[in-house]
Design a protein around this ligand. Structure first.
Ligand code: GDP
Length: 302
């Protein structure tokens, strides 16, 4: 099986709940060549249940109606086209090693930030690239321990200071060490308990400034980790993070636990940022680079 075949299977596996609960009942409708008003309404409801978002669903319904005036249609092909068009607006930017690249992970507690960091470390390590993990969430002893465990699993070093220590200081140490050793990747965990935008901004600014003393372009990427099971409900909070933290890419976790996998579409569209990775499980290899084609095929091809 080629790389793309493997990726397609991973997406399919991650989207199984969405498939079973929401998309399977749609199969009959997508196979029709003409749909009456009742069937169009049914299809619209199911697409909304999959959390594809009003915008994508509205656009699709307009297209279905317009094209049916001219003759028979292929609803599944049209749906694929519409979704791809939306997802390709923000194509993922690959993670390429180029000197020492510093990646910050931000997001509220519980979304899967620590797990994602561990999986990302394993992903980069599997490509043969060196990784240093920095335990920058110094407020939760459990988070530091958990990160250390992930570091062991992934086979990459983790640096930490004591609980309650200064995240900016440990970030500085991490960047200094990676630069000295020529380590291509520094992955930094950050605290997720910051409830005010002001507080968040101050803490991230401090980390940013101390990183830039060592590597002026750092951080190269700021990943906002979002939980797919929250669906579109989390979007207002996500928008606040995007503004406060200078987010460059999104990671959507727990796609495997959600029946609303379509949420990828409105999230990308509303936040206006590419999705770098999606989480499809709790294992070390359950983080996959986002690929619009594999995603849409995984969603619609049972
Ligand atoms: P943090 O507080 O944001 O650092 O969140 P954690 O990394 O501790 O994750 C919270 C929970 O979500 C843990 O039980 C993880 O195993 C689980 N989790 C994280 N990512 C995924 C995923 O992609 N799929 C599933 N099923 N569970 C996940």
């Amino acid at each position: 099986m080629g790389l793309l075949g493997g990726l397609f299977d991973k997406f399919k596996q991650g989207l199984r709940r969405t498939q079973e609960l929401v998309l399977a009942p749609m199969g009959r409708l997508l196979g029709l060549r003409r749909l009456d008003e009742g069937e169009l309404g049914e299809l619209e409801d199911l697409l909304l249940q999959a959390d594809l978002g009003l915008k994508a669903v509205d656009q699709l319904m307009v297209r279905l109606r317009t094209e049916m005036k001219a003759g028979d249609i292929d609803p599944k092909a049209l749906l694929k086209e519409e979704l791809l068009r939306l997802l390709r607006q923000r194509p993922p930017r690959p993670f390429l090693a180029d000197g020492t690249q510093v990646v910050l992970l931000v997001g509220v507690n519980g979304v899967g930030k620590t797990t994602t960091l561990g999986k990302l470390a394993a992903h980069l390590k599997a490509r043969g690239e060196g990784v240093l993990v920095v335990a920058g969430d110094t407020f939760r002893a459990a988070a530091i321990d958990q990160l250390e465990l992930w570091g062991q699993r992934a086979g990459v070093p983790v640096i930490r200071n004591q609980m309650g220590g200064d995240p900016a200081a440990i970030a500085f140490d991490g960047a200094t060490s990676a630069k000295a050793k020529g380590t291509p990747w520094v992955l930094i965990d950050t605290a997720g308990r910051l409830h005010t935008k002001d507080h968040l901004m101050k803490e991230l600014d401090k980390i940013r400034r101390s990183l830039q003393k060592v590597i002026p372009e750092a951080p190269h990427r700021v990943l906002l980790v979002l939980d797919a099971t929250t669906g579109q409900n989390g979007l207002a909070q996500a928008e606040a993070f995007v503004q406060a933290a200078g987010v460059t890419d999104l990671v959507l976790t727990k796609l495997d636990g959600s029946a609303k996998g379509g949420v990828v579409v409105p999230i990308l569209d509303r936040l206006g940022l590419p999705i770098a990775f999606v989480g499809v499980g709790e294992g070390l290899d359950d983080l996959i680079p986002f690929d619009p084609e594999a995603f849409v095929d995984g969603l619609l091809d049972a």
